[in-house]
Write a protein that binds this ligand. Structure first.
Ligand SMILES: [Zn+2]
Length: 66
C-alpha cells in the first residue's frame, strides 16, 4: 500500500485465493484491519523489517530488451 508517497509492504495477510480466477479474497475483518494499518502507518509503525525494491524506468527497461 502507498501512504504519503511511500510504498509499504504488508505481508502475512490472511487471504484466500480463488482457484478458478486467481483473485485474492480477504474477509471483512481483514479488510478493516488493513484500513487500520493504512491509517496508522505514518505514526504507528516502523515496520518489522525493511526491503529494497528495484525501481525500473519503462524507457530504460525497454532499451535492455531491444
Ligand atoms: Zn474466482
Amino acid at each position: 500500500m502507498w501512504r504519503d508517497g511511500r510504498p509499504y509492504v504488508v505481508e502475512e495477510i490472511p487471504a484466500l485465493r480463488c482457484v478458478s480466477c486467481d483473485e485474492v479474497l480477504v474477509d471483512r475483518n481483514t479488510a478493516e484491519g488493513l484500513q487500520v494499518i493504512a491509517r496508522e502507518l505514518p505514526t504507528g509503525c516502523k515496520g518489522t523489517r525493511r526491503i529494497e525494491v528495484p525501481v525500473i524506468s519503462y524507457t530504460s527497461g525497454m532499451n535492455h530488451r531491444l
